[in-house]
Design a protein around this ligand. Structure first.
Ligand code: AMP
Ligand code: ZN
Length: 116
């Protein structure tokens, strides 16, 4: 999609710090990290949000989850663990309308949303 910033990042039209790329996925550092490791994993196919995916996208999104956990391990999070988040639409705070999985880790996420 021509006016999507993540499509532009995938095409190299906007700079990013690339962590991983293959035929289907692109992963890069979040510009405004919320944890010592904060990586975004996106499919190269433009899908607006998790709640806009079609059933035909299910195998792609399954592979995205597999890649995301691999990328987390590549970044040293295999032992300590990580949080994998999809913000979906307004109430969840989605700000970029190209589906993305946040990988957050590198510290204990004591924010009342999980780890205690
Ligand atoms: P969300 O709020 O779930 O839609 O997350 C969008 C994320 O994209 C935010 O955490 C932003 O910091 C991040 N972001 C926005 N623009 C860029 C960019 N140009 N490069 C890297 N991360 C970005
Ligand atoms: Zn896009």
């Amino acid at each position: 999609m021509s006016d999507c910033i993540f499509c532009k990042i995938i095409k190299g039209e906007i700079p990013s710090t690339k962590i991983y790329e293959d035929d289907e996925f692109f992963a890069f550092k979040d510009l405004n990290p919320q944890a010592p490791i904060h990586t975004l994993v996106v499919p190269k196919k433009h899908i607006t949000s998790l709640m806009d995916m079609e059933e035909a996208d299910a195998p792609l999104m399954g592979r995205l989850l597999y890649r995301a956990q691999e990328i987390a391990k590549l970044q040293g999070l295999g032992e300590g663990g990580a949080r994998f988040v999809f913000n979906c639409k307004g109430d969840a705070g989605q700000t970029v309308w190209h589906i993305h999985c946040h990988i957050l880790g590198g510290k204990r996420l004591d924010d009342g949303f999980g780890a205690k």
